[in-house]
Write a protein that binds this ligand. Structure first.
Ligand SMILES: *Cc1c(COP(=O)(O)O)cnc(C)c1O
Length: 365
């Protein structure tokens, strides 16, 4: 079976974890500090704060940017639920904007019409590993004095004009869940150039106490701390991230060359100036394709090819978000794309032979 995702853990990670386990310091400690320093350096930011999930990273970022009860945050309905849930966790409302059919990221030309007096921030997602339309969103944020919190949970190492994902707004958020481009099992990180944001995030992850003055509580906080066990894995994964991403990019290139002229199958685009790190290689299967998307999923499975649908339903079609007043038909592009989208295996353990087999199998239909 060619899996759709697979964590890659080597001897280095195992040895690093063993060292931590034997050190007697297994919760947040020196390895977390080291991981933060290395991650900040990798991204090119002054600060990084490690937490225990990507969701926690988004929650910390929203808190640090001052998002609170009654505020509105503009984001995409075509993302993992954590993006919008983190906004709700801060008592704010996720205000959705429809997506573009080519990048699957939100359409910046539709943002301004959604801005109200309550709008506090814009939360773009670097979906599938390609950074959002930075210039357009920055322009709007500047005009209306809004914060930008970048959900880079799928885009470790992605670039726009040679600058790394997570660094374009006020705060960038990452996840190290098992299937992401790099992993710590579960884990997350925020990156920023502003000292104030980093300090607020550190306080928020530690029950509202500053790290210097313990048992003094300034505000509500949570236990979002990362363990040294996870950080030790993260340090080793970060060393390998570039080589992991190069393999994803190579696999994506071969897939695109093999699949680009099939009727009813639309291959993903890479925008000029952007480095897409292919967390997902997502094609669209339209009505013109020989069989339905569901038939293609079944057929691929019978041939030993794992596929996945990210995401089968945009957020606004779920009861959880319909409670906020969202209705079917409000975001037609996201609704259409969710019926066509299909992720094919692209991760670093997929060999060139596997890729050629995937191409042959799909063409064979
Ligand atoms: C994975 C992911 C998250 C959440 O990360 P967790 O570590 O699972 O909490 C948030 N946003 C996006 C776009 C993601 O892909």
């Amino acid at each position: 079976m060619i899996n759709i995702a697979q964590p890659i853990i080597g001897e280095e990670e195992i040895e690093a974890v063993e060292k931590v386990l034997k050190s007697g310091m297994i919760a947040q400690g020196p390895k977390v500090v080291e991981f933060e320093k290395r991650f900040a350096k990798f991204c090119g930011t002054k600060y990084a704060v490690a937490v225990n999930s990507g969701t926690a990273a988004l929650h910390c970022a929203l808190y640090a940017c001052g998002v609170k009860t009654g505020d509105e945050v503009i984001t995409t309905p075509f993302t993992f639920v954590a993006t919008a849930n983190a906004i709700i966790m801060q008592g704010a409302k996720p205000v959705f904007v429809d997506i573009l059919p080519d990048t699957f990221n939100f359409d910046p030309t539709r943002i301004e019409e959604k801005i109200t007096k309550r709008t506090k921030a814009i939360l773009p997602v670097d979906l599938f590993g390609q950074i959002y339309d930075v210039e357009a969103v920055k322009k709007i944020a500047r005009k209306y004095n809004l914060k930008i919190i970048e959900d880079a949970c799928q885009a470790h190492g992605a670039e726009y004009k040679n600058k790394k994902a997570g660094t374009f707004g006020d705060i960038g958020c990452f996840s190290f869940y098992a299937t992401k481009n790099m992993t710590t099992g579960e884990g997350g990180m925020i990156v920023t150039n502003k000292k104030g944001y980093a300090e607020l995030a550190k306080r928020f992850r530690h029950h509202g106490q500053s790290e210097k003055t313990r048992y003094q509580y300034f505000d509500l906080g949570y236990n979002y701390r990362m363990t040294d066990i996870a950080a030790a894995i993260g340090i080793e994964q970060l060393r390998k991230l570039d080589s992991f991403n190069e393999k994803r990019i190579r696999n994506a290139k071969i897939l695109t060359e093999g699949l680009e002229n099939i009727k009813g199958l639309i291959v993903p685009i890479v925008k000029k100036g952007y480095k897409h790190v292919f967390h997902q290689y997502a094609v669209r299967i339209t009505d013109e394709f020989k069989v339905t998307r569901d038939k293609l999923v079944e057929y691929s499975k019978s041939k030993g090819i794992g596929t996945a649908i990210f995401y089968p339903k945009p957020l606004h079609l779920h009861p959880h978000f319909q409670k906020l007043g969202y209705k079917k038909g409000e975001f037609p592009v996201a609704e259409k794309v969710s019926k066509e989208i299909l992720s094919l295996p692209v991760h670093p353990l997929v060999s060139e032979r596997d890729i050629k087999f995937i191409i042959r199998t799909i063409k064979g239909i």
